[in-house]
Ligand binder design. Sequence first.
Ligand code: PMP
Ligand code: GLN
Length: 380
Amino acid sequence: MLESKLPALGTTIFSRMSALAAQHEALNLSQGCPDFDAPEALREALCRHTMAGHNQYAPLAGTPQLREQVAAQLLRYRGTRCDPDSEITVVPGATEGLFCAITACVHPGDEVIVFDPCYDSYQPAVEMAGGRAVHLPLAAPGFTVDWERVAAAVNARTRLVIINSPHNPTGSTLSRADLLQLQALTERHDLLVISDEVYEHMVFDGRAHHSVLQFEGLRQRSFAVFSFGKTFGVTGWKTGYCVAPPELTRELRKIHQYVSFVAVTPVQLAIADFMRDEPGYPATLAAFYQRKRDLFCRALRDSRFTLQPSAGTYFQLLDYSAISGEVDTRLCETWTRSPGVASIPVSVFYQHPPEQHYLRFCFAKSDAVLQEAADLLCRI
Ligand code: PMP
Ligand code: GLN
C-alpha cells in the first residue's frame, strides 16, 4: 500500500470552507477570490487569442510578449530592471512557482524559516523536498517579525527564509526596515529567500509595497513570486510569474519543466495584451480594495467583533473574543450554517496556535454582499 508522504495533511481549508458555504448557501467570504468579474477587455482578449488559434504549447519560460510586459511593469512599479529571458519565468499560478522555487532550494535535512500564521502551501513543499519548516511567530495584533528571534533561529542547517508581504491571512505588511533586516541577515548567513508578493498591489492608507527586487543584496538571493490571478482578478486562470537572478532561474526552470512544463498559452497572450493596453491598471487596485475594506469595517461598527483595519491584501481579520471562547475552526463552521457567513479560521495557519480568536474574511466581494455579510455578523 501507498505510504503517505504527508500523513498529517488533509484538504485545504479554502476548499473545505467554500464547499461548506455552498452546502449551506452562506455568503462566502472564506476563499480569497473576487465574486465580480475581471475587466471585459481582458476576457475578450482571451476569446480572441483562443479563436485565433493560439492553443498550442508556449515556450518553457512563458511567451516573450508576457515576459516583456512583466519586465516593463517591474520597471514602472518597482524601478527595477529584470531580463525577460534569463530572470522571468511565467508559471501556472503562484502556487506552482512557490513549489518549484522551494523544491529548487531545499535539500534533505535543510531548515526553512517560515512565519506563523503561514500560508498553507509552503510547508508541504518543504517537507516533500526532505526539509524541515521552522515556524517563528508573528506577534498579534500587528503581526510583525521579531528579527532578533529570526537571527537566533539560524543555524548551519538553515537554507531558506520564506516571507509573504502583504500577508495572508493577517493583512500585515513588511516595512523597508524589515527588508533591510532580512537583507543583512541573509547576507551574513548566506541564505536564500522566497518572497511571496502575490498581493503587491493591494496596500492601503498610502503605504508602499516593498519588494525584495528593490534591494540589491536581496535581489541576488531571492525568488520573488507573483500572481496575475490576484492582480487582474482572474484567480481561475491560474497564471503567475517568478523573478530570480539567472543562476536561480535556471534551477527553477529545471523543476518547472517537469511539474507543468508551461503555463496556458492564450491566457498568457491575453494578459500580455491587457498589460500593454492598460499599464496603469494595477495602480488602481489599492484604492479599489481600500474602499471595500472600509465599507466592510464601517458596516461592522455596531458589531461585537473588534478589528484593526487590514494594511494590505483583500483579507480582514475579525477578533471575536468578546463574543465567544470557542475554537475558531468550530465557530466558523457554526457561523457558516447560521447566520450564514463563511470565513477562514486563522489557527489552521499555525504549527502551535496561540490563545487568540481570529477569523479571516475576504472583502474582494460586491458591495451588496459585504453589506449583507456585515449586517448578519452584527446580529451575532
Ligand atoms: N500565495 C498566497 C499568499 C496566496 O494567498 C495565494 C492564493 N491566491 C497564492 C500564493 C497562490 O496564488 P495562485 O492562485 O496564483 O496560485
Ligand atoms: N489564496 C487563496 C486564499 O487565501 C485561496 C487559494 C486556494 O484556494 N488554494 O483564500
